[in-house]
Design a protein around this ligand. Structure first.
Ligand SMILES: [Zn+2]
Ligand SMILES: [Zn+2]
Length: 561
């Protein structure tokens, strides 16, 4: 007796071979779209009563899907209750979401004869039932990727459950506008990455079936199903089970019962908690106590600037954007810096198994924390990944040592001569400045301008490389050499005092410029020079005095050099 099978033409021979069929002929050839709508009898309808009774236009019919790969027979079975693609397809076709599996991974009573069996243990029974129903063409084991619990490595399975979502469609256009409004560093973090993510954003599943977290503030009537969102604890004040000052988390909150405004029956809280990313999304105002109070909120909100890594495009950058647009019709931040990753010396992610892990503490013990920070911020742009090289930290350490040597040179003679920068003050010795003095002051003003301009775009690497080359080339290798002889003369020499003033002002300014990146050496330099303030970090940030810029003198000096 002949049997008829539908299979994909391209794989006909291999499919037949795998089914153990040697003699066959092609009875009919058609295109896949012609099969759409073809009905089939469910092979296990007598085992699973649901399959015998379920109705719907597309139930037990062939449908078309772009998510099915053109391999094997080209035909797969679809389970809208057990996977996102099948679920989506089922939604468009009106297929019921059948998911007869409980939270333990056991079949429920809806699964008929398979009820109570762990899903994977039922596989063998189902295969035998299919064989007995003469509905099995071939059975074999395929090796493929499969989802596992990241903690305990248990195989997991998709199961359709009831969840609460943030509907993104009504806020997406505003979110896109806000991505455009916010200043991103680098620019592509917003224009490319965040924009791409936001434009493709799907509804956000906000509910979690966990214990610790912010309780979902939704109460639902146990009788008529009416539900309300509770906006504040005030709305619970008269509820049964509520007490002033109570902990609003689980388990106490689950005992708070409201009367249903429709049918007067009990309303109970939906037992879910919120996705922790929602907590992160509201952090900018929740941390200021808003809306319970608004004084701090009015003072500090919105955030001028936030900084995080590229993993936060879908994380914190996104959660704040969505929550901000929902609550305030705007992103809660005005600018974002997205930093890169630090990789091992081999350029790969640091992993214990690769043996390329470098603990910051080890480097700090060897070179000090200032050298490590100076290296990290000057080696490349903040948003580029770093391939960590210890030599770079060694060089940074050397630069800071050279600064220290310049300080020692300057202060040794200043102390011997009891130099006081206020008597005589800078104005009264300015007539005694030599060209090299005016040159260094001009370079110093240029350095301030460069650093400030680079800071404005978070190009810290260029800012601190400028500081580094100023210390090495202008200050140590050139100016100190030129003025060495002037420091050996007698005490009240104005020419010498001019050099002291220039060294004093230069080192003090460099200390301030370095304070954000190398706070310890900056403090030590400042305290040995002046120390009038408690800390270098209490000084004003330097702005350039453009009248001191002498481009002609700088040009002449570069010829001399
Ligand atoms: Zn697990
Ligand atoms: Zn009700």
């Amino acid at each position: 007796s002949a049997e008829f099978l539908w299979t994909m033409e391209a794989t006909l021979a291999t499919v037949m071979a795998r089914g153990g069929v040697t003699a066959y002929e092609v009875a009919e050839t058609t295109t896949g779209d012609k099969l759409v709508g073809l009905a089939y009898a469910h092979p296990l309808a007598d085992k699973v009563p649901y399959q015998a009774t379920v109705t719907g236009e597309w139930v037990h019919r062939v449908v078309s899907s772009s998510t099915v790969e053109a391999e094997h027979t080209g035909l797969v079975h679809s389970a809208p209750g057990h996977g996102p693609e099948d679920f989506e397809l089922g939604q468009t076709l009106g297929l019921p979401v059948f998911s007869p599996v409980d939270g333990r991974g056991h079949f429920t009573n809806e699964a008929g004869v398979y009820a109570d069996k762990p899903v994977k243990e039922a596989d063998a029974v189902i295969i035998e039932d299919l064989r007995a129903a003469n509905a099995l063409f071939a059975a074999e084991t395929l090796v493929h990727a499969y989802g596992h619990c990241w903690r305990c490595k248990t195989p997991i399975l998709y199961r359709a459950t009831v969840q609460w979502f943030l509907r993104v469609a009504p806020i997406k256009a505003k979110m896109v506008d806000e991505v455009r409004r916010v200043a991103w560093y680098p620019e592509w973090a917003g224009a490319a990455r965040q924009m791409d993510w936001t434009q493709n954003l799907r509804d956000w599943c906000l509910s979690r079936q966990r214990y610790w977290g912010i309780p979902l503030p939704i109460w639902r009537c146990t009788k008529c199903g009416h539900w309300i969102v509770v906006g504040s604890s005030d709305a619970l004040r008269k509820a049964q089970g509520y007490a002033d000052g109570m902990d609003l988390h689980r388990p106490g909150i689950d005992r708070v019962v409201l009367p249903c405004p429709r049918c007067r029956e009990e309303m109970r809280r939906v037992p879910d908690i919120l996705d922790v990313w929602w907590d992160s999304g509201v952090a900018s105002w929740a941390s200021l106590g808003y809306p319970a109070r608004d004084d701090e909120f009015r003072r500090w909100w919105p955030e001028d600037w936030i900084v995080e890594g590229p993993d936060q495009t879908r994380g914190w950058f996104n959660s704040q954007l969505a929550a901000g647009v929902v609550a305030f019709d705007r992103a809660p931040y005005d600018s974002v810096l997205m930093h890169g990753w630090v990789n091992g010396p081999d350029g790969r992610q640091m992993h214990k198994s690769l043996g390329n892990v470098i603990e910051p503490e080890t480097v700090v013990r060897k070179f000090g924390v200032d050298a490590l920070r100076f290296y990290m911020l000057s080696v490349n742009a903040l948003w580029d990944d770093k391939t960590f090289q210890e030599d770079g930290v060694r060089n940074a350490n050397r630069t800071l040592n050279i600064l220290w040597n310049v300080l020692r040179f300057a202060t040794t003679y200043m102390v011997l001569d009891r130099f006081d920068p206020t008597t005589p003050d800078f104005a009264s010795i300015s007539g005694h400045l030599r060209p090299e003095d005016r040159w260094l002051l001009s370079r110093l003003e240029g350095l301030k301008m460069t650093v400030n301009a680079e800071f404005a775009t978070y190009s810290l690497h260029r800012a601190f490389r400028s500081v580094e080359s100023f210390i090495l080339d202008d200050l140590s290798r050139w100016y100190v050499k030129l003025v060495r002889g002037r420091t050996w003369t007698e005490a009240e020499d104005r020419d010498k005092l001019a050099a002291y003033h220039v060294l004093f002002e230069t080192l003090r300014t460099v200390a301030v410029l370095l304070a954000p990146v190398t706070p310890f050496i900056a403090e030590a330099v400042y305290q040995r020079l002046d120390g009038k303030k408690l800390s270098v970090h209490l000084l004003d940030w330097p702005s350039a005095q453009e009248e001191r810029l002498q481009p002609d003198l700088e040009r002449s000096m570069s010829i001399v050099q």
